[in-house]
Each structure stands twice: as C-alpha cells, then as structure tokens.
Design a protein around this ligand. Structure first.
Ligand SMILES: NC(=O)c1ccc[n+]([C@@H]2O[C@H](COP(=O)([O-])OP(=O)(O)OC[C@H]3O[C@@H](n4cnc5c(N)ncnc54)[C@H](O)[C@@H]3O)[C@@H](O)[C@H]2O)c1
Length: 372
C-alpha cells in the first residue's frame, strides 16, 4: 500500500501522524511511504530520519494526497485537505465529526473511507487511541500547574514539594480516570499532598489498591469536593461524562472560598470545562485570573510536548495502521471489531451512529459498509 503523511496545517499543531519508526515498520511490511517535507520537524524528526527509514519526501501535500492509498494524520483534515481526498482513499486520523457538520459533509462528498482514532475501541471498553493523549495531558497538568503557582505567574508562591520544615502544596484532582491518575502520580512524585476525587466506586477501589500509599482518594460528593477545594493550592479538573459536556464542579461564587493565588488547571476544557469560570486558552497565552484564582485552560495540552505526544500516539496507532495497510481496510475491519468501530465514513455514507444522531444524517451500518 502507498501510505502518505502530509504536514499538519492546523495552527499550533506540531505533532505528525507518522514517526520515522512507524514509517520503517510499514516499509518492512512491504509498503511504500511518502511524507511531506519538514512534516516531522515540529516533533523533532527531520526529513533525514524518514529518508534513513526508507521513506520518500514529497514537496507538497498535494503530491501526497494524489499518490497515497492511505493518508495518516493527527488532526482532522482542514478544508483544503478535504478537497484533495478521493473515492477509495483511506483516511486514518482524529476526526471528531459530531460537532463538525462542514467536515462531515466534505468527507461524505469526497467518497473516501475515514477511520477516526477517537472511536476505535479495545476489549476493555476504553479508547486506545485517545488514552495516550490523556496520559500526556494528565502528566503535564501538575507541571503547568506548578509553574502557574509561582508568584511571578500570579500564583500563591507555593512549591509543590515544600522543603524540610515547610509543608508541600495541596493538590486536588477531580476525576480519577486516565488524566486524573497520571496527574496524581506526577503531583505525588513532585512531593505534593494529593487527593483524587471520583464518583465511581470501582475506580476509587482501583486507585486505593494501586496508589493507596502515593495519594489519597475521596468520593466526589459536592460537600467533599468544596471542603477539599477550599484548602487546595491546586485543583486539576479531569472529569469526563462520555458524550456530554463536562459538569461544572466549582462555581464562580465558590472561588471566593479558595485561597488567593490558588490554581485551577482545567484539563476537561476540551469538553467545555468543569469550572464555571473556565474558558479555552492557548499555549501562547495559557493562563488568566478570575477573582484572585489563576486558571490554566489549554484545550490541546499535548501540543506543548509534541515530540512525546507524537511518539506516544504513533505507538498506539501503529498496529492499526499496519493492519489497514497489510490487509486493506475492509479485511482489517472485518477481522477486528474494535477497528471497525473507528469507521465513520465510507463511500459517501456515514457509518457511525452517534455522529448521525448528532448531525441528523442517516447512517449505514458499518458491517453493511464492509460489503459495499
Ligand atoms: N485539554 C487537553 O488537552 C486534554 C487532553 C486529553 C484529555 N482531555 C480531557 O480530559 C478529560 C478526562 O479524560 P480521561 O481520558 O481521563 O477520561 P476518563 O473517562 O478516563 O476519566 C474521567 C473520570 O471522571 C470521573 N467523573 C465523571 N463525573 C465526575 C464527577 N462529577 N466528579 C468526579 N469524577 C467524575 C469518571 O468516573 C472517570 O473516572 C476529558 O474531558 C478529556 O477530553 C483534555
């Protein structure tokens, strides 16, 4: 198969869909790989690394879209890229179609077969191609929160680990899923006094069994939450209710009960944010203050560590990418129901029910799409 990877063109996107290692594996499997010049530079992979792996370098995205049987990317295709997709071409990338009718329409019009990272599943019922980015955002949260806590950045001037004779920062993590667990591990590793709140008892049991010595956990009732938030130097918002906007767990009025200069890191901002006063910010201008409380609300946190994120995403996507290339999308999806769950669009028809429901478009069953 001819596998093409164009340079990402969404603003501030430095990740790339194919690492040199993934390119090498695909080539070892007998496939051809073409990447756009400088496409990997933002993640620390110069063209020479791809050439060493045996890949070709294209001067433009147009060359790649024209040549490739399968396009591998990170972000959803932008309008100009969508015009270059064609019938029979496979697109493997994040799509997030439900809130994006324009993109959905363009993908349907193109006739391509689009498999979305975010809806591929695994046998544990989790989302293996979303998890690496949650791991990155979770581990980054205490790091950016610690920076925001510094006095010059508007924070309380509290050091995460304290020093002998001075206690550590108190960190509260709301939501103990992938983001929350990784955030808590890093915050505890920095020496902070950490408590994780969740509403799922099985999740609290797991956290207690595995991390009981590293950090505390508590049931996320409204009362427990505000009691802990009042005493916190840093609160990390990491909740998710699948398919719904994040619930608002700290109101504006409650900010006045917090310590002045305390920090809110709202990782759930990509789902609307879990604090009433959150609004999305960028890496260029990540923090702002409301009523004396500092907020960090960057919606694409993994972009800050593009190299780690690219490699982590590549590790997760590679087996699926190789299956698609080795067997062709039809056989690969027939052999793996979890990959089939990633099928969102095929030959002008939508094949993912939640997207169809959100956008009021008829859906073709993905199993029937395999036969078309
Ligand atoms: N900003 C970014 O760059 C970025 C990157 C990755 C993920 N995210 C977001 O981070 C959030 C968390 O993702 P995840 O992968 O950890 O999800 P997850 O499903 O693994 O974990 C979410 C946890 O929240 C808990 N929860 C739900 N409602 C709650 C409530 N009211 N109080 C306390 N806990 C509650 C759930 O029980 C679950 O354990 C999502 O909104 C995700 O989109 C953001």
């Amino acid at each position: 198969m001819k596998i093409g990877c164009p340079k990402e063109i969404k603003p501030q996107e430095y990740r790339t869909g194919l690492t040199p290692n993934a390119a090498r594996e695909a080539i070892n499997h007998g496939h051809e790989v073409l990447v756009e010049t400088n496409g990997g530079v933002g993640a620390g992979f110069p063209d020479a690394d791809y050439i060493d792996a045996g890949a070709g370098i294209a001067k433009s995205a147009a060359e790649i879209f024209e040549w490739a049987d399968m396009i591998v990317k990170v972000k959803e295709p932008q309008p100009g890229e969508r015009k270059m997709l064609r019938q029979g071409q496979v697109l493997f990338t994040y799509l997030h179609l439900a809130p994006d009718p324009d993109q959905t329409r363009d993908l349907l019009d193109s006739g391509c077969t689009a498999i979305a990272y975010e809806t591929v599943t695994d046998r544990n019922g989790t989302l293996p191609l979303l998890a690496p980015m949650s791991e990155v955002a979770g581990r980054l949260a205490p790091q950016v929160g610690a920076w925001t806590l510094q006095k010059a950045n508007g924070g309380r001037g509290v050091l995460m680990g304290g020093v002998p004779g001075v206690g550590p920062a108190r960190v509260v993590v709301i939501g103990g899923g992938v983001v929350g667990t990784h955030a808590a591990k890093i915050a505890a590793g920095m020496g902070a006094d950490v408590t994780v709140l969740d509403r799922s008892l099985p999740r609290l049991r797991y956290l207690d069994d595995v991390f009981g010595r590293d950090f505390k956990n508590s049931y996320a009732s409204a009362g427990n939450t505000i009691d802990l938030v009042r005493e916190a130097d840093m609160v990390i918002g990491a909740v998710l209710i699948p398919g719904a906007a994040a619930p608002k767990l700290i109101s504006r009025a409650q900010l006045s009960e917090m310590k002045p200069g305390a920090v809110l890191v709202d990782v759930a901002i990509d789902q609307g944010g879990c604090f009433e006063t959150s609004h999305a910010t960028t890496h260029q201008d990540p923090i702002y203050e409301v009523d004396g409380i500092m907020h960090y609300c960057v919606a694409n946190m993994p972009g800050a560590v593009a190299r780690t994120s690219t490699i982590a995403l590549g590790n997760a996507t590679m087996p699926f990418m190789l299956a698609l290339a080795d067997k062709g999308w039809r056989q690969a999806c027939e052999d793996d129901e979890h990959l089939l769950n990633g099928l969102n669009v095929h030959a002008g028809q939508l094949t993912y029910y939640a997207v169809g429901k959100a956008l009021g478009i008829d859906v073709l069953s993905p199993t029937l799409a395999l036969k078309q």
